[in-house]
Each structure stands twice: as structure tokens, then as C-alpha cells.
Ligand binder design. Structure first.
Ligand code: MRU
Length: 358
């Protein structure tokens, strides 16, 4: 990226800065940012998808807990575990599917409860930093683990390796590198000839975020309508599919952006390898199978309306009459049997071994 090297950073006076994030609702047309100064602004940023993507949601929430404690200390000179619990609860209620949120908040809540008074604020900030640093490392490792898969294809074919991805599992959904896009960035850096088919990903068009960030890095790509992938696979124009995940159940079933399942089915039929990239924090050993993962249903306006640039202005445009009945599940479940392998920060796993990921 030219202007943004990370999706979230700190601004203002140390030791207790504010948090600044890329406002992803405005991309790819505007490169705007938003400063988060308190718990409610942070929770709203997650709910309204200013920030999005499983890892980034978790990290932003960790900073949200810190902001809640910081402000309470500044205003009342007091912070306690009741406030910690209430803040964690508010943040947990923002989005239900991505498990990173629960994972990170549980850890941060437990950690800060070990300390008293002002020390709680310092430790909340320290723990949020910890998760942010860990994400950069994990995502880089995911890239290292996934790179040989791309290299292998490149060594056995002429022309570019064609990789299809769905949604945005790039640096915008994390801090740097991304999950599914990390092996792609590493392969591109290594000089491997590759090209990415980017699913548009209706209704919220996260594919446009993917196209934007691939463009920033000079990675060759083409945006396709969500329904085009089947034809491309049938025509032999897809060498591998790689997607991210919002939660992976103990049996390997994958919750990811709506539409992922259809891509997995098609890839399976055409014998195209289907990879799921995730940090270990996206694995949920407490959920046995995909059917038990809560699916988020979002406002139907995301279907009836598109954010579009028209005559130089960016505004919501209705694409169907108001009142049109809609249903908007944000995620679907891909059964483990359609997954070739899981590319993780702890190595490569298969549906038979994923339950051992820790
Ligand atoms: O609704 P979103 O945009 O938060 O959904 C994001 C996804 O489904 C991603 O594929 C997933 O979180 C992996 S992000 C690195």
C-alpha cells in the first residue's frame, strides 16, 4: 500500500493514544480514516463494517476495551472488573460469526482482571498491542506456509498461476499481509507469474477491497461477478482457490463470507484445489461442526442498495424498489470434505488433522 501500511494504528499522545483505522466503507473510491476514541465508537465501527475481517475485528475490539478503561480512569479515576465485563459484552455483541472477537476479548478480559486501578489501563493497551503484533507475525507465517502451494503449481504449468479468491481476506481484514492474500503477496514478491480472479462478493462487494489492495501492490487481478467462477473453473482457468475464514469448527467445517460454499462445491467438482487460510485464533475447538456456528444476518438494505460513484459523487443507489423482500445471511458454511487443506500459522492441515490445531 502506498499510503496505509497497516489497517489500524495509534494516534495522539502517549501513553494513552487514540486508535485510527481505515474507513473501509469508503474504499475503493476514498482513502479515508476514522479515529476511535471510546467504546461506543469502536463497537459501532465493527457493527457498521468500518473495520471488518475476522482478525481485524478481534484486534479492534481489544483496543475498544482499552479505550473504555482509559476513558473511565480519566473521568472517574476508577476502573473495575464490572466495567471490563460490560465493555467486553458490548464488543461481543457487535458481530457473532467471526470467533477471533471472542477469543481475543476473553484473553484481554482475563488479563486485565489481574491488575488494579491505572495499571488495568496500561495492561489493556499492552494486550491489544500484543494481539496486533501477533497478527502480523501469524499472517506472515500463513504466507510462508502457503507460498510452496503456489510455487508448486507455477513449476508445473506454462503461464500465470490463476488463483480465485472470495471476499477480502487481505491486509484490510487483518493488520498486514492478510490470510488468503498473504501467500499471494509472498509469491508475487518472489517473482512467480500469477493472476488473481477476484469475486465481487455481493452484497457488500468486499472483492472491491481485494482488488484495491492487490492493485496497490501491483498484483495482476481481474474482478469477476460472483457467478462467473463456475464457468472459469469448467474452462480450466482456475488453478487454485484460496479464501479466508471467520470460524473453523473442530471437524473442519468453515464459516466464511456468503458464497464461499458455492465456490468450494464447484472447485470440488472440477478438481481445483480449495484452500482455507486462517490464523489459529480463527479455529474454534469448542464448536463441533459448522451447523453450530452462529450465522450473522444483516440488514436487507445491503441487498437493495449499492454504494456507487455517480457523476463524481459517492452515494447509495437503490437497485430495486424499496420494500422488496430480502434475506441477507452474511456467511455460509463449507463442509470440511470440500477443503483440500488449511493454510495456518501453525502449518498445513487437512480435514483429517485440523482438529489438532492449537
Ligand atoms: O463480513 P466481513 O467482511 O467481515 O467478512 C470477512 C470474511 O468473510 C473474510 O473472508 C474473513 O474474515 C477472513 S479476513 C482475513
Amino acid at each position: 500500500m502506498t499510503r496505509f501500511s497497516e489497517s489500524l494504528w495509534l494516534v495522539g499522545k502517549d501513553p494513552w493514544p487514540d486508535v485510527e483505522v481505515i474507513d473501509q466503507r469508503k474504499l475503493p473510491f476514498e482513502e479515508a480514516t476514522l479515529i476511535l476514541r471510546n467504546l461506543e465508537e469502536t463497537a459501532r465501527a465493527i457493527e457498521t463494517m468500518v473495520v471488518r475481517g475476522a482478525p481485524l475485528i478481534g484486534i479492534t475490539a481489544a483496543y475498544g476495551l482499552y479505550l473504555a478503561l482509559r476513558n473511565a480512569w480519566r473521568e472517574d479515576g476508577e476502573v473495575n472488573d464490572v466495567l471490563v465485563e460490560k465493555s467486553v459484552q458490548r464488543l461481543l455483541n457487535t458481530r457473532p460469526t467471526a470467533v477471533n472477537l471472542q477469543h481475543v476479548l476473553k484473553d484481554c478480559g482475563q488479563y486485565v482482571s489481574l491488575f488494579e486501578g491505572e495499571e488495568k489501563v496500561h495492561r489493556a493497551l499492552e494486550r491489544a498491542h500484543h494481539w496486533r503484533t501477533l497478527d502480523v507475525k501469524s499472517c506472515s507465517t500463513i504466507g510462508d506456509v502457503g507460498l510452496p502451494l503456489i510455487r508448486h503449481i507455477a513449476q508445473h504449468k506454462k503461464g500465470p498461476v490463476n488463483i480465485l479468491t472470495h471476499c477480502n481476506a487481505g491486509r484490510l481484514g487483518c493488520i498486514r499481509w492478510g490470510t488468503a492474500l498473504s501467500p499471494i503477496y509472498k509469491a508475487h514478491e518472489e517473482g512467480i507469474d500469477l493472476h488473481v480472479w477476484v469475486d465481487e462478493t455481493r452484497p457488500r462487494n468486499q472483492g472491491l477491497l481485494t482488488a484495491w489492495e492487490l492493485g496497490q501492490e501491483g498484483v495482476p487481478h481481474t474482478v469477476i461477478a460472483d457467478n462467473a467462477g463456475g464457468l472459469l473453473m469448467m474452462q480450466g482457468k482456475v488453478d487454485m482457490v484460496i479464501v479466508g475464514a471467520d470460524r473453523v469448527a473442530r471437524n473442519g467445517d468453515v464459516a466464511n463470507k456468503i458464497g464461499t460454499y458455492l465456490k468450494a462445491l464447484t472447485a470440488y467438482h472440477h478438481r481445483v484445489p480449495f484452500y482455507v487460510a486462517l490464523p489459529h485464533t480463527t479455529f474454534d475447538p469448542d464448536v463441533g461442526r459448522g451447523a453450530d456456528i452462529p450465522i450473522e444476518y444483516r440488514d436487507g438494505k445491503e441487498i437493495t442498495t449499492l454504494r456507487a460513484r455517480c457523476d463524481g459523487h459517492i452515494r447509495p443507489a437503490a437497485v430495486m424498489p424499496e420494500g422488496t423482500p430480502t434475506l441477507n445471511p452474511a456467511f455460509d458454511i463449507t463442509p470440511a470434505r470440500y477443503v483440500t487443506a488449511y493454510v495456518t500459522d501453525r502449518g498445513l492441515f487437512t480435514p483429517a488433522t485440523i482438529h489438532t490445531l492449537q
